[in-house]
Design a protein. Structure first.
Lengths: 305, 257
């Protein structure tokens, strides 16, 4: 099957000489939910910009569903829906007009455009706000409006550049559900996000980009499997002694009622509890210090520096 | 995109443009009507009545074509410059840039939008002028052609200005310091015959002289310049402006990173 996205040796050097992309190569398969992660300034948005023609590449090849952007950019663009990081619609226009106009730019007749606009505005909970000036929408609504706009021409590849930034947790969860449903229906999705739990929850494959280079490209499962260490936080019922030691584990006393304990791959959390019981420490609750992907991400990005 | 899809994209841009200037009609349509009414009252009635005939017509009849053309020039220009720069400023131009709409359709959409506003304002100003004087059409064909060519030319000029503009000051510099002086010195209020030979020759470097005089010929049947030269000059400027605008869009200069 033709990949949804093929990037080969993509390079971008800006006029000032800054090299944002240093020959990255990437392939995203049809139907994938793909995470493109990296710290700020790593090159994620530049990559997305090149794919959707907002950034001119210096060298390399990009193909969307087999259509090379240098040979038939219009053909490639028909397959792409883009939700950018920044709000990029006219705040004085109404959501319904914004979505219908976008469909028009793809050559869709107005009747069909109106039908699709209604469908997506309803699905994303914006139908009641369709005639409100867009500037009056909340941040979450504006993000959902950009998703509706990106979907109106039924793209096969949807690219979301931090779609849930600044969105409250309830809204974020409902957007996750929507995106998962969309992916199950066959839309390939590329997601960039700073919420790593979001990527972990949604994406099957992942690429991590840092300083314009791909430092990791694998399945989410394989990546997380390579994580050799997890840090757990334990909340104690009673005040902790000044020194707490459990044989075989790294223990750090955070405050009088909190412990951080490192559990290496192959070790068992039961052993931690056994050690805590032996030290007569009662535990009221326990949680991960960071999510697993975050742990791996920090390690990969720091390792590359 | 096939022809039908391109047509839909063009209509979409045009509809958006028209909707935009009609939504803010107090800023886009009304000011021209008021300004031109003041010109008619002050230059046409009050001062004009003391000036007497010019080129065989009353002063009011003489200035009306120039004033209508002035409204067309400023409105086609300012519509495109403000709309396109606005979409650049709020990044909504990306809606178009990420779509498969060809660049020439994008340009055509904005230009026709500017032309439509120029024509609408021309109709308003013409109707206002009828309160002050009688207008007779000498050549309807010349009027239509010159109005279309002029509004296309200045819509394109507005587009180029918008692409280069970095802030809102930049979109008012050209109209204030270039366009307005050229219009005022373009024979709107006087006949070139009144100028000394040297200044008459210098004036012929001003493209607005050709625009105003060609339009005046269409309305009154008199012109200080040859009609064929006027059409030729406007056509050359229009083709050059179109080609340059397309170059800007194709290279993505100041639009894409």
């Amino acid at each position: 099957m033709i990949p949804a996205l093929t990037i080969e040796n993509l390079t971008k050097q800006y006029a000032g000489g800054f090299q944002a992309l240093k020959g990255i190569s990437l392939e995203v398969q049809h139907g994938d939910f793909f995470a493109l992660l990296g710290p700020n300034g790593a090159g994620k948005s530049t990559t997305i910009g090149v794919i959707c023609s907002l950034v001119a590449k210096t060298a390399g090849r990009v193909a969307v569903y087999g259509t090379d952007i240098d040979e038939d950019f219009a053909g490639a663009k028909k397959n792409i829906g883009i939700v950018p990081q920044e709000f990029n619609f006219n705040m004085f226009e109404q959501p319904f007009d914004i979505v219908v106009n976008q469909a028009g730019y793809y050559g869709m007749p107005k009747a069909l455009a109106s039908e699709r606009a209604e469908q997506y505005l309803r699905e994303l909970g914006l139908w009641d706000k369709r005639h409100v000036p867009s500037r009056m929408l909340s941040g979450g609504m504006k993000r959902r409006l950009m998703i509706a706009r990106a979907l109106v021409h039924n793209p096969r590849l949807l690219i979301l550049d931090e779609p849930t930034a600044g969105v409250d947790i309830e809204m974020r969860r409902s957007m996750w559900d929507f995106l998962q449903k969309l992916n199950q229906e066959g839309t390939t999705i590329i997601l960039t996000t700073h919420y790593l739990e979001e990527a972990e929850a949604l994406c099957r494959n992942i690429a991590i980009i840092n300083h314009g280079e791909i430092v990791e490209n694998s399945s989410m499962r394989d990546l997380l499997r390579r994580l050799h260490r997890e840090v757990f936080i334990f909340d104690a019922v009673d005040e902790l002694p000044d020194v707490v030691e459990i044989e075989g584990f790294g223990v750090r006393r955070v405050d009088e009622r909190t412990l951080e304990i490192e559990v290496e791959k192959g070790q068992h959390i039961n052993e931690v509890f056994a050690g805590l019981s032996q030290a007569d420490i009662r535990i009221s609750s326990m949680r991960n210090r960071a999510n697993r992907l975050e742990e791996m991400f920090v390690r990969l990005v720091e390792g590359a520096q | 995109m096939n022809f039908q899809e391109q047509w839909v994209a063009l209509v979409t841009i045009l509809r958006k443009e028209v909707k935009r200037y009609l939504r803010i009609w107090t800023q886009t349509l009304l000011p021209s009507a008021i300004t031109m009414s003041l010109y008619f009252v002050i230059f046409g009635s009050l001062i004009g009545s003391r000036i007497g005939d010019m080129g065989g017509f009353t002063y009011m009849q003489f200035v009306v074509p120039g004033l209508i053309m002035m409204a067309i020039v400023t409105n086609s220009y300012s519509n495109v410059v403000s709309s396109f720069f606005g979409s650049k400023f709020n990044h909504s131009v990306e809606e178009l840039l990420v779509s498969p709409t060809p660049n020439y359709i994008i340009l055509l959409g904005y230009v026709i939008g500017g032309v439509s506003r120029g024509l609408l304002v021309a109709v308003i100003v013409t109707l206002v002028s009828l309160f002050f004087t009688d207008l007779h059409m000498h050549s309807f064909a010349v009027v239509v052609i010159i109005v279309l060519m002029t509004s296309i030319l200045f819509a394109l000029a507005g587009f180029i200005n918008a692409v280069y503009a970095n802030n809102f000051d930049d979109i008012s510099i050209i109209p204030t310091f270039v366009l307005t002086p050229l219009i005022y010195l373009g024979g709107v209020f006087y006949s070139m015959d009144l100028l000394p030979d040297f200044w008459a020759a210098v004036s012929k470097l001003n493209p607005l002289v050709y625009v105003v005089n060609a339009f005046r010929y269409g309305v009154l049947g008199v012109s200080d310049v040859s009609l064929s030269v006027a059409f030729g000059m406007i056509a050359v400027f229009t083709v050059a402006a179109w080609c340059y605008s397309m170059h800007l869009l194709n290279t993505g200069k100041r639009l894409r990173q």
